[in-house]
Design a protein around this ligand. Structure first.
Ligand SMILES: NC(=O)c1ccc[n+]([C@@H]2O[C@H](COP(=O)([O-])OP(=O)(O)OC[C@H]3O[C@@H](n4cnc5c(N)ncnc54)[C@H](OP(=O)(O)O)[C@@H]3O)[C@@H](O)[C@H]2O)c1
Length: 345
């Protein structure tokens, strides 16, 4: 099968950073589907793993890629609920070979049928970010609780991949007022966020707490009970602590160094900190691993009901090393609005 992979961890402008390869088609294990991949999306994790993980033995290439849409071509002996020919979507498992390949073996419990109303490219934009946003909102921050009281949710980096679906999911809950951040609240970034459902857009180039205080004083913004800090957390941490109401809940998904945030700052207001990692369930085979398949099925249902839309920004071309190099370079800019997708081999 065709695949894109690499042996050495290199900057994206190095000719060997990503290579077109011919690899054996994987054999599905008992819990696996063998999926013929038709479209994939880029995520920051693709570039981070490329920068950090080389081939373990120098011989076996690393194949990246998590978001995928494709068709089931073979079923493991323990698989239930899927049939040959099903069109599926999933975000895979960070411990296994990825979706930058014509065929991929993936545990059926983290897979669901793709939304019928979306093209392969539109659907590929969603799974990884939808799982992250869903788990952060419902399993970690538990925004569905205390729904009788109007409260606010602040989303930093809201126009990126995760934020673009998180804002839409949060907008399903009528007790939440959503504030998204953008570098250009009055420009295209702000317009994108308002279209997706943000009630207010503020600038992450200015201190956040005074902007929240202004919205509360001038527009009656409800108390800030939740913050989803999606990126650059150390830069915004003091503002998030200042803006959250006492007993508020702070959710994190990004990477930073030891000592970059001071958890003692949370004590005075008894703020709670909630980590989300969308690979936890698959990486550890948790008792509730099948929740990911179930939430992807629910997201597909909401898409087909017209309540969520794809966050696709651009279809960059076919799945090969040349297109993937351009996509990695663009993803590394950290200025991405919505998602980059590649389609076909
Ligand atoms: N834990 C998990 O399970 C998980 C899952 C997915 C992603 N992640 C991580 O979460 C982070 C976000 O992922 P993503 O896919 O949403 O990334 P992304 O699409 O690359 O996010 C880009 C967004 O970040 C915004 N941004 C840039 N500088 C900022 C700043 N100083 N303050 C606030 N926002 C800023 C940009 O807005 P402007 O262009 O307007 O500046 C842009 O819209 C990444 O670190 C990723 O690795 C973790």
């Amino acid at each position: 099968m065709k695949a894109v992979g690499y042996f050495k961890s290199l900057p994206i402008n190095d000719p060997e950073s990503l290579l077109d390869l011919e690899l054996p088609t994987p054999t599905p294990g008992p819990q696996d589907l063998l999926v013929e991949v038709s479209a994939i999306a880029l995520n920051p994790v693709d570039t981070k793993v490329r920068q950090r993980r080389a081939s373990a033995d120098g011989q076996t290439p690393v194949v990246l890629g998590w978001d995928a849409v494709g068709v089931v071509r073979a079923l493991g002996s323990a698989v239930r609920g899927f049939a040959l020919g099903d069109r599926v979507w999933y975000a895979g498992d960070i411990t296994r070979p990825g979706s930058n390949a014509q065929f991929q073996a993936v545990d059926h419990r983290i897979v669901a049928r793709a939304p019928a109303s979306l093209s392969d490219a539109e659907a590929a934009a969603l799974p990884l970010t939808a799982i992250t946003a869903w788990e952060l909102l419902y399993d970690r921050l538990q925004v569905q609780q205390q729904a009788e009281r109007p409260v606010s949710l602040l989303v930093t980096g809201a126009a990126g991949g995760v934020g673009s679906i998180l804002v839409q999911l949060a907008r399903q809950l009528p007790h939440l007022t959503i504030i998204g951040t953008s570098s250009e609240p009055e420009g295209a970034g702000g317009a994108w966020l308002r279209e997706l459902g943000a009630h207010h857009v503020i600038s992450h180039r200015e201190p956040l707490a005074p902007q929240i205080a202004r919205l509360q004083a001038e527009q009656g913004l409800p108390p800030l009970r939740y913050a989803a800090s999606l990126t650059h957390t150390p830069a915004h941490f003091a503002d998030l602590v200042a803006a959250l109401e006492p007993q508020g809940r702070l959710g994190l998904i990004d990477d930073f160094g030891p000592g970059d945030i001071d958890v003692m700052a949370l004590k005075g207001k008894a703020l709670s900190l909630h980590w989300e990692l969308m690979f936890t369930r698959s990486m550890h085979g948790t008792h509730d691993i099948a929740e990911q398949g179930r939430l992807l099925a629910e997201v597909a249902r909401l898409v087909d009901a017209g309540q969520l839309r794809s966050t696709l920004a651009e279809v960059m071309g076919p799945i090969n090393a040349a297109t993937l190099k351009r996509a990695h370079a663009q993803q590394e800019s950290q200025r991405q609005r919505g998602k980059l997708v590649l389609q076909g081999f």
